[in-house]
Design a protein around this ligand. Sequence first.
Ligand SMILES: Nc1ncnc2c1ncn2[C@@H]1O[C@H](COP(=O)(O)OP(=O)(O)OP(=O)(O)O)[C@@H](O)[C@H]1O
Length: 270
Amino acid sequence: MSNSNIINTVSSEATIRIDVHRDANVPDAIPKVNSPLLIVENLCKRLENGKSVLNDLTFSLNRGQIIAVRGGSGVGKTTLLKCISQLSDYDSGSMTLFDEDGIISPETNGISYWRSQVMYVPQRMPLLDGTPLEFHEKISKFFYQKSKPTSNPLAGQIEEPVRIAHEWGIESQKWSQKWSQLSGGEMQRISLAISLSCHPKVLLLDEPTSALDNHSSMLVEKTLMERRNIIIITHNNDQSGRVSDFILELHPFGNFKFYPNPLIEVNDLI
Ligand SMILES: Nc1ncnc2c1ncn2[C@@H]1O[C@H](COP(=O)(O)OP(=O)(O)OP(=O)(O)O)[C@@H](O)[C@H]1O
């Protein structure tokens, strides 16, 4: 007997189905990528000037996958992630998250809860008052209110983001320094470490290594590849080739292509 996975690649022109068969005798390898985690369907957004940026965009992020979003400047990558995280409005479309406990949507579970589970991390944090430690404290309180009590991952646990950031070269005393006294790369790593330690089901990352040198960038990539369940915007083709399972390529006027990363074997996706 063999298991069968179906990978749909969707483009504005066509939907292609690739049936991939696997020998059931081979032990399951991580990651389990055959069940949908997040489905985005028929997403449409026009700008105020009438220009279409997202046009009937449909794709899914399966469990254990990373999708790289690519495309020219101004084509709508950030807009897409902000729409998915409900930080930007859109004209039509729907998003569904498949949790162990059931199906989650912004409409049924509320936008705050949705954002805590499908978390957008901007390329640059708006300049905040205070220190990263104080920011983490505030976020913890928010999570305590919004998360289910049994799954509150943050209360009192500053150790986790500090440990993650430390692996990326951030010394612990940086957490007590004012945001305004941190470099762009330090801010980027600290805000990403805080987001990771919030344990959202899906992370939406907007060029998370844009301010980093190559070495730091590779350290962050390693963590992201271990964590997975990520949609990441990147202008770096080498990076998308290294980290992603699928590529979502945005083109002008809302056109798009969604396809497996050609640099990895299809069998790796099973
Ligand atoms: N708040 C806004 N109001 C009006 N137009 C906006 C707004 N934000 C973005 N846009 C427009 O939407 C389009 C898509 O912008 P977006 O930031 O999503 O592009 P992007 O692909 O992420 O670009 P980049 O790679 O340069 O970051 C652009 O034409 C931009 O000018």
